[in-house]
Design a protein around this ligand. Structure first.
Ligand code: ADP
Ligand code: MG
Length: 473
């Protein structure tokens, strides 16, 4: 039988129900299971986390908090701007099949006319703290995740774990300074509000999930919050949608006979999630009246190409007219982002990156970690594709260099050793638009992930980063 590792928090007497699953087949992992469960396909381990919280300067934390509602508005504005999306992604979709497929569905849905009138965005903007030559810390955005932004569930438990550790260490004063954090509740409240605005008491929320779900209990935390509000949640795959979903004449979405108010995607952000039938299922959902979180336009708004285009002078000003302060707050978080589109400007940037590869990160239009190129690999790839339109499927970004700190990264079956680490801070945002009116615009919590400095790329899912808690001073 195929084994799946399951990660779980244990805190004091109660299981905190933080679980994360990974396909796993290594011998010995069954050791952690009680005898009665030896035939189970689940192998229980704790979720990886730092022994101690990591310091985040308060100015940085407050800046990231303050800009989140601006980012919510920006993403929402992009999702409604067909001209912007079409122009920005024009070169990318010629060479990147995955983005092209998403874009094709987007165009198809626009052509038919949107049936959906309530829009729900749940995003997470990620940052690192750049330490420039003069040592001043600066908040710099890594990316914004507009689909399947994860760890809102698990991280709602990490503060309690770190408080406990600090208390055990006799550091109760420090323990009391850790900020409360419950993105799980904020995300669930967003879904609940969208469900309510959809306006059908019998309708369900569908969590659209993978066949082999790698992060199930992160999702269950949110699901449980919805059940406590008497909102029914069902978990289904694209395959299920293809086989058992349909639209009625008003384009209401029905799944196994039940009307669907909200589809919350925790799947569908990478090419591997799709085959022909899954693409058809995606199109069916997008054509429907159900609230999609996100709708396909909002997913496209989260592409790296869009992020790069936003950094161009005047672009955000057009997207958010009469919001000069919001634009300034957003722009302050940008580091250098460069287009590699065909033409003189792109060629110049390719040459710069080949000459000094350590200064940059090369990013394709992918999500989920492990896709970016650095250093020698970046140089080799650019040398290969420098004269080909393929280069427009990537963007180039200045590499951010955070200050390191020492911590223990605790993972089941890993030896305990101190590591030199860097951290990535994320803020969760939730917004709802009804027709043209924004009815909810919130920041709902944060996430800190920490990894050993030798890993250039990769998050918690990739087995590189671990969950952390900011110690804000
Ligand atoms: P993904 O969509 O795959 O998560 P990201 O843009 O978040 O892509 O990049 C993945 C990881 O690579 C980040 O979590 C971060 O550790 C690292 N990274 C990305 N951009 C930069 C950058 N500009 N400077 C330093 N590290 C970066
Ligand atoms: Mg990322």
């Amino acid at each position: 039988m195929r084994k799946h590792e399951v990660w779980m928090w244990w805190l004091n007497s109660g299981c905190q129900c933080c679980v994360f699953t990974l396909p796993r087949g290594s011998p010995g992992v069954m050791d952690v299971l009680p005898i009665s469960e030896q035939s189970s396909s689940l192998v229980v381990n704790y979720a990886p986390f730092t022994l101690l919280p990591s310091v985040v300067p308060s100015t940085i934390f407050e800046q990231a908090y303050a800009v989140q509602q601006d980012f919510n508005l920006l993403v929402d504005a992009i999702s409604q701007n067909a001209e912007f999306l079409e122009r920005t992604l024009a070169s990318t979709i010629k060479v990147d099949n995955f983005t092209a497929h998403l874009f094709k569905i987007y165009k198809q849905v626009l052509k038919e006319g949107l049936a959906q009138s309530v829009f729900l965005g749940i995003n997470r903007s990620d940052y690192m703290v750049d330490h420039g030559a003069d040592g001043t810390p600066a908040l710099k955005q890594i990316e914004i995740n507009t689909i399947a932004a994860s760890f809102g569930g698990l991280t709602s438990r990490t503060t309690a774990v770190h408080r406990h550790i600090l208390n055990v260490l006799g550091k109760s004063k420090e323990a009391s300074k850790l900020l409360d954090n419950n993105p799980c509740q904020g995300i669930a409240l967003g879904i609940a509000k969208a469900w309510e605005l959809y306006g059908s008491a019998r309708a369900v929320v569908v969590f659209l999930v993978a066949d082999t779900e790698r992060n199930i209990f992160d999702q269950r935390c949110i699901e449980n919050e919805l059940w406590t509000r008497n909102i029914r949640v069902i978990r289904r795959r694209f395959e299920d949608v293809f086989e058992k979903a349909s639209l009625d004449n008003d384009r209401r979405l029905y799944m196994e006979g039940q009307e669907v108010a909200v589809v919350y995607y925790r799947e569908g952000y990478m090419p591997e999630n799709y085959n022909k039938q899954n693409w058809e299922a995606r199109l069916l959902i997008e054509r429907s009246k159900a609230v999609k979180c996100p709708d396909i336009a909002t997913q496209l708004a989260g592409t790296k190409k869009v992020q790069q285009e936003l950094s161009q002078p005047g672009v955000m000003e057009k997207l958010l007219p009469s919001r000069a302060e919001a634009v300034a707050r957003i722009r302050a978080t940008f580091t250098g982002l460069y287009s590699l589109d065909m033409g003189e400007e792109g060629a110049k940037m390719v040459a710069m990156a080949i000459a000094d590869p350590e200064r940059y990160v090369l990013k394709p239009q992918r999500e989920g970690g492990g896709n970016n190129l650095y250093g020698k690999e970046l140089k080799q790839l650019l040398e290969k594709i420098k004269d080909s339109p393929e280069r427009s499927s990537y963007i180039l970004m200045d590499k951010i260099t955070p200050q390191t700190s020492m911590n223990y990264l605790l993972r089941a079956h890993s030896p305990l050793k101190i590591s030199e680490c860097i951290s990535e801070l994320g803020f969760f945002g939730v917004y709802i638009r009804q027709g043209k009116d924004i009815v909810v615009n919130k920041h709902v919590g944060h996430l800190l992930r920490t990894k050993a400095v030798e890993h250039a790329d990769g998050g918690v899912a990739a087995g590189v980063a671990v969950l952390d808690t900011p110690y804000v001073i």
